[in-house]
Structure formats: structure tokens, C-alpha cells
Design a protein around this ligand. Sequence first.
Ligand code: PSU
Ligand code: MN
Length: 309
Amino acid sequence: MPYPLPTLSAEVRDALSARRPLVALESTVITHGLPWPQNLELARQLEATVRAGGACPATIAVLQGEVKVGLSDAELAHLAQAPGVIKVSRRDYGVAVAQKRDGGTTVAGTMIAAQWAGIRVFATGGIGGVHRGLGEARLDISADLPELARTPVVVVCAGAKAILDLPATLEWLETHGVPVIGYGTDEFPAFYSRTSGLRLAARADTAAEAALLVKAMWDLDLNSGALLCVPVPEADARPAAEMNTAIEQALREAAAAGVRGSAVTPYLLARMAALTEGHSLAANLALLKNNARVAAEVAGELGKLHLKT
Ligand code: PSU
Ligand code: MN
């Protein structure tokens, strides 16, 4: 672990030394992904879900330049409304720390700090990926993807939102050696929808099976991450067609407004939420909690196995 980073909460430190299962949670979803006050409520519910599943939650963020693994409730509440909070992916850590900023860690940023702390399982909603479109938009590839290729953490998600180019995202992951595992499914889930029509090469039907799969990969010194893709619960799924109209409009608006760089994803997420009213938000919250539940189970199963490192 790099000194003096990160700062572990007492609860996280105790869980690590007692070898209890832990689940990392991201914070860009709190700072840039969901509206207030649902963001704070969700952050608390995710921690409660992980605890109910027998694991220790470790929400990761940067607070005044300090990388924190495990936040107090007051810190969560601060982050949910912090003015000027930045989005922290791999490239942003130096800036956030040197300039003592508050930052919400993306999937990439959270994987990095989880690995520093020795946490192998991480729950989120959806990952970033290859963006749709032509020209420079083709080069908008989330830093989440290269992080998955280099950092040995299993990321439990509901796939990626259809605002992205899902086939291209899967091709990227295949090229860079990241296993994408369907949890009880043979298809890549599409966040709001359970299916995408894109077939996956790996499937696990239980948390124990998923744990065995990532352990085998890590035992072979293939030290990449993995995606464990859990479809949104049936009752909360939205038809792909309903979402598509909103996606097309959000993409047109983003292009017209000239939105670029790390602002693209938050812009699209906010427009999607507005255009689909509460529907997309309800699905978003449901799948996040479901993923936290599955991640706690996977962390428990992984804890029963003896990892080489
Ligand atoms: N997708 C969602 N909700 C989110 C994000 C993605 O459905 O909140 C966030 C995650 O933190 C993810 C980040 O890591 O956006 C990706 O941003 P970018 O595309 O700029 O890499
Ligand atoms: Mn991007």
C-alpha cells in the first residue's frame, strides 16, 4: 500500500485484520450519478445491504485530498452535497490529492483504492465503456476498461448502460483479457434491461461458482479484474425500447451542447433520469442494491478460498 495513502476506517481495518469479507463501494454514483437526496439514501442503503449480507462495506472517496476507504455517515452526507466535488479516475488522483479536493471515485478510481487496501470485491451499478458515435467520440473510452484489464478486483455490476456502444465495450474487454461473467445469465445485461442480445463466454449460477472462477484466474497470475454481471431484478427492469428513445435524445443533446471528456457520462445520466422521469431512477436504485447483495455473497465465498496473494 502506498504511504501515507489511503486512510482506512476503523471498521475496515478491523475487518481486514480479522479476514472478514469486505465489499468496496464507489462514490461517483453519489457525487455525479444520482440526484440529491436519493444519492445519500442509496449510499446508506448499499452499506446496510452489504452488512446484512455478512460483509463489511468500504465506500471509497477522496476527502480534502485524503483517500478514504470506509466513510463515516457524516462523511457520506458531506460527499452527497459537496460543492466543487470532482470525479476521480486513475488520471485524477494526483490532482485530487495535491489540491486537497473532494472527489467521488469512479469504477476505475475505486478499483485502484480497493487494491491498495487489499479488497477484492466491489459492487457498483453500471461500468463506463466505449461511447457511441463517430469521430472523436469513438475515442471516448472509459478509464474503467483499462483498469479492469490491470487491477485484480471483481466488479459486480448490471452491465453497462445502453448510452454506450455495448458490442464495442465487450470487444474491448475481450481484447484486453477481462472475463465477463453472466450471473445466472448467458447474456450481457444492459443495465435497465436484463438482456442485450450479446452472448457471454462465461457464466456462474452461484456466488461460490463466481468466486472459484476469479480465484482460478488469480491463481494463474492473470492479475486482471473481472466483471460479474447481474441482470436488474425482473420487477424493476424497463423495456429496452422505452429507454432507447430517451437515449437517442440525450445523445443528440450532448452533441449539440458540445459536452466533452469526463462531463459526458454525468451529462447523459442526468438527461436520462430527466427524460424517463422516475422510471430509470427506480431501476437504477434497485439494481445497485441487488448488486451489493450479490457482492457480499461473493466476498463471503471468496473468503472461504485461499487466494495465493
Ligand atoms: N454508469 C452508470 N452510473 C454511474 C456511472 C456509470 O450507470 O454513476 C459512473 C461510474 O462511476 C463509472 C463512471 O465509473 O460513471 C464512468 O465515467 P466515464 O465514462 O467518464 O469513465
Ligand atoms: Mn469518457
